[in-house]
Design a protein around this ligand. Structure first.
Ligand code: 5GP
Length: 114
């Protein structure tokens, strides 16, 4: 079964897509935790970081290039931002299609909740 993110990538489900190419798609999070909250997702369904292979390294590197580009486009490159990837239960992962969060637009506070 396709993940909810695959359905966004192939246009079956609507989302505010801010970037798309043959490797990755980026769209605004439905429940934003910061003024800028974008998800950068490989078009290929990789469930978690644990499932990535050497073959995926180029695409995952490309996710950083897209994050950098979007941070500049959203006007947070200079003020700063956070890139986050959750993995499995303790990481708080909810959607099992690898994705990178891009947060910015306000001071983001300490890295982990105590
Ligand atoms: P995770 O906890 O897996 O790292 O993050 C999943 C994120 O996906 C959450 O921040 C959640 O708000 C977002 N999300 C879940 N379903 C949808 C959806 O249908 N559309 C969009 N745009 N974001 C979603």
């Amino acid at each position: 079964m396709a993940t909810i993110f695959s359905k966004i990538i192939n246009g079956e489900i609507k989302a505010d897509i801010v970037y798309q190419d043959d490797q990755v798609t980026a769209f605004r999070d439905i429940n934003p935790q910061a003024p800028v909250h974008i998800l950068i997702v490989p078009n290929k369904e990789i469930p978690t970081v644990n499932d990535m292979t050497e073959e995926d390294e180029q695409t995952i590197g490309h996710m950083f290039t897209v994050a950098k580009l979007l941070a500049a486009k959203e006007g947070v490159a200079e003020s700063g931002y956070r890139l986050l990837v959750n993995c499995n239960r303790d990481g708080g992962q909810e959607v099992f299609h690898l994705h990178m969060h891009l947060f910015g637009g306000r001071p983001l506070g300490p890295m982990l909740a105590r």
